[in-house]
Design a protein around this ligand. Structure first.
Ligand code: ARG
Length: 589
């Protein structure tokens, strides 16, 4: 099914040509959804764009194009508005005619891409043996949504959880394991005990005047990195225990990974990589360490290895080997790129990581391109932070960072109250299942409905509200679509072929539903799940308005068939859309 904007674009291009304007090479008139329904369904700024290039009057140019425009039953005669916008209103016939093909399409009209790419998505990536905190939630939820959308669009997606399983935290854990570990507590609740060990020593290090504890921890880390048997055994146990508890969180969140190739996986590749970077002149020695510097090819403003200070451009090298021989985060990331290029044949690698690592990724991408990875499309999908109600980083009351598992549990708990209030007749088991769907959905949706760059305030009341742009609101719209078919007492599979649109609300809802096909690909334009979230919110609103204005079961004949079809399509689009966001649906709530 070709989308309406595509069809309009073809007709509009034909009209531009027919009107005899000399068009720049590759000229493609842009069609966008109308911002205000009074201006029709779609609009184009193409006449304004062209008028600028041709130095002519945009309104006159628009008029000349409209005179040649053949609506072909698709839309009414376009109109010119404002400085030269061309507005399109779809005909009722065209809108009605699309119901049957939309019903027959199990992808809700969404086409697969013409040229699928192999996309590696690097997300979640917590540092293990430390708790996974809410900061990782953004990465986990955004990354999972991008993976779902990319797969649905036909790309080949490889999800890789680059866990931090080789970092300095293991120095602390190893020393703690040998001195203060409680084996019984470890058996009972491994992640809690590992956390206790980590925190106790970390607090001790912070409180110490001298460097006694930190030195002991560092020594344990060096021993681990040099392959000490005992330390490796402890490390392996920690990794396994942590992965187990992570699996629990991912299970609850319904997030999965194709690979868990953490930092330790690349350990053996680091020394040869540094050697090669030196041999290729990309890295060199500096004050005993090995660093990557600017290649001098870019203007300093675009150069990730330059920074301006007091009007002067200074070097900001990326260290890849310390003077004591140790390797760094950047070294591992470069080795990881080599691997993903070689083994996965990646066309694109997306990193869903917070703002603080922006410089790191700019440097890594630049260095990787200099190493020859010129045909990989690298993208740092950046996000801001999660704030508490005081607009400071989200913390527990005692000031500790909030753990993801606790957030999920609390959300499910709070959702249980919502269900209790809304539908006390459900059985206890049903209530528990629904509370889980709403609770987890609410945490995910409050993330996905945000522009990823903004710092957002974590607000329980708001995210579990049945009103507004929330998961419960969307789920409720879906539940309403299902309730109709339950009341009807049958699952309709045949909606007939005769449809008739008489009401504004029916029309508005249908156009919205068709726009699902245009919206899903938009998510990947700038890696923004909120594009889809906003769309689903608007669709839910359109459904509620339709539902309140247009009786379904009490109507008859063609009108009833049409409205049932609308309920069915709303149901499908909402379910598919929520699934792409990573939310499960419920039949009642
Ligand atoms: N473990 C890192 C952190 O928690 C994130 C890793 C992101 N991925 C990567 N390839 N660097 O900050």
């Amino acid at each position: 099914m070709t989308t309406f904007p595509k069809l309009l674009q073809e007709q509009l291009l034909a009209a531009f040509t027919k009107a005899g304007h000399s068009l720049p090479d590759g000229f493609q008139p842009q069609i966008s959804q109308a911002t205000d329904s009074r201006f029709g369904h779609y609009q184009s700024n193409a006449a304004m764009v062209l008028a600028k290039a041709l130095r002519s009057n945009p309104r006159a140019l628009a008029e000349s194009v409209i005179a040649e425009f053949d609506g072909a039953g698709l839309c009414e005669t376009p109109t010119v508005a404002g400085p030269g916008f061309i507005n399109f209103t779809l005909t009722t016939e065209a809108i009605t005619a699309r119901i049957t093909p939309m019903l027959a399409d199990d992808r809700c009209g969404v086409a697969k891409v013409d040229t699928p790419r192999k996309i590696v998505i690097d997300f979640s990536a917590p540092n293990i043996a430390k708790p996974m905190h809410v900061g990782h939630i953004r990465s986990t939820i955004i990354g999972d949504c991008l993976a779902r959308v990319s797969r649905f669009l036909g790309h080949e997606v490889i999800t890789d959880n680059h866990i931090g399983d080789w970092g300095t935290q293991f120095g602390i854990i190893l020393h703690g394991w040998k001195t203060i570990l409680n084996e019984e507590a470890l058996d009972a609740n491994p992640s809690a005990e590992l956390l206790r060990v980590y925190k106790t020593l970390n607090d001790q290090i912070k409180a110490e005047d001298g460097t006694e504890t930190i030195t002991l921890c560092r020594q344990e880390l060096v021993k681990l990195q040099q392959g000490d048997e005992e330390n490796l055994t402890i490390w392996k146990r920690c990794v396994d225990l942590s992965l187990n508890s992570l699996a629990n969180v991912y299970g609850l969140l319904d997030v999965s990974f194709d690979h868990f190739l953490g930092e330790s996986f690349y350990n053996g590749a680091l020394a040869p990589l540094v050697k090669k970077l030196k041999a290729d002149g990309i890295a060199r020695e500096s004050e005993g360490a090995i660093c990557i510097f600017s290649d001098g090819e870019k203007s300093p403003g675009d150069d990730p290895f330059k920074i301006q200070k007091d009007g002067e451009w200074l070097d900001v090298p990326a260290m890849i080997q310390k003077s004591d021989g140790g390797f760094l985060y950047a070294t591992t990331d470069l080795a990881t790129i080599d691997y993903r290029a070689r083994e996965f044949k990646a066309d694109a690698i997306w990193y869903v990581v917070g703002v603080p690592q922006q410089l790191h990724f700019r440097q890594i991408f630049d260095a990787a391109i200099r190493c020859g990875h010129t045909d990989i499309d690298f993208k740092h999908v950046v996000f801001g932070s999660i704030l508490g109600e005081d607009r400071k980083p989200f913390k527990t009351r005692s000031g500790e960072s909030v753990e993801l598992l606790d957030v999920i549990e609390e959300s499910i708990d709070r959702a249980r109250k919502v269900v209790e209030e809304k539908n006390p007749e459900l059985t206890t088991g049903e209530k528990a299942d629904i509370a889980e769907i709403i609770g987890i959905g609410a945490v995910k949706y409050s993330e996905l409905s945000q522009n990823r760059m903004t710092d957002y305030v974590f607000d329980w009341e708001e995210m579990l509200s049945l009103r507004g742009n929330t998961a419960p609101y969307l789920l409720n719209a879906y539940v309403r679509t299902r309730a109709i078919f339950r009341k009807l007492g049958e699952d309709v599979t045949d909606f007939g072929t005769e449809f008739e649109i008489t009401e504004e609300n029916e029309m508005a809802l249908l156009v919205k539903l068709y726009q699902f096909a245009e919206t899903v690909p938009e998510v990947l334009t700038d890696h923004r799940p909120n594009v889809l979230a906003t769309y689903l919110f608007e669709t839910a609103k359109a459904f509620h308005s339709f539902f309140e204005a247009c009786p379904v079961l009490r109507s008859e004949g063609v009108t009833r068939a049409t409205r049932l079809a609308l309920c069915e399509l709303s149901s499908r689009v909402l379910r598919q859309g929520l699934e792409l966001l990573g939310l499960k649906v419920t039949e009642r709530m």
